[in-house]
Write a protein that binds this ligand. Sequence first.
Ligand code: FE2
Ligand code: FE2
Length: 272
Amino acid sequence: MARAEVTDLAAAKEIIRHLDAKIKTLTRGENLRQREALGFERKLRDSAVDLEFALDLERRRSAELEQSYYDMVLRLTRASVYKDNETGAHIQRVSYYARIIARHIGWSEADQKLIFRAAPMHDVGKIAIPDLLIRKRGSLDVKDRKVMESHTLRGAQILEGSNSRLLEMARDIAVTHHEHWDGTGYPRSLRCNQIPIAGRIVMLGDNYDALRSHRSYKKSFPHEKACRIILEGDARTRPEHFDPQLLAVFRTVHPEFKEIFERFEHENPAIG
Ligand SMILES: [Fe+2]
Ligand SMILES: [Fe+2]
């Protein structure tokens, strides 16, 4: 329970005690009107306290439920790390990048926490992709690429159907983290604001981290080169792929990305 709520509740109880004492001091017929008014006010205060208790119980229940969802998310994330070539460190770093951007575009503390917790699920759909394909070195043919790209839709299928805000955001991220602002991404070629903001944020962090990391088809790039590719483009990546508002934020916050990458480069922190 928040401190303010505790104080409100204690204050309401104190008022009730005070009113009860006052009612007792009034004798019948001496001041009937005042006694009735105080009795009515006391009933109102009583109802307010009951309501406050009920709300508090509800808040605690939904916090517990949200924590259970998060526990489940962590386990699914661990499972996807076993399956994928990605490391736990990559997953963790993407969470940090997403939170940095969310903070700089003015998200509330609660929403920053939400994206930090939802971002690790972006590739959970790879659980449904055959191992042979995930571990295949070199470029994929068109058919294999289609199967690989379906990890976005598979991720959505795994996460959808819940009214938990965490799972809803995780689902949005899973299905849209390969969409591009200019409509050249997959799986649905969404463009601009059709792509949920959480997906656009994670897409930027995921791309930065992929550029910094060693992959079967590329070497790792230093921070400056990764920034140049994101901001100016290369053969694969175009600045038009990114939400321009987020790109403007990246232009100023990229040193924080560098710091996160270096902090977790060799560590493989336990997820969660
Ligand atoms: Fe992905
Ligand atoms: Fe990733």
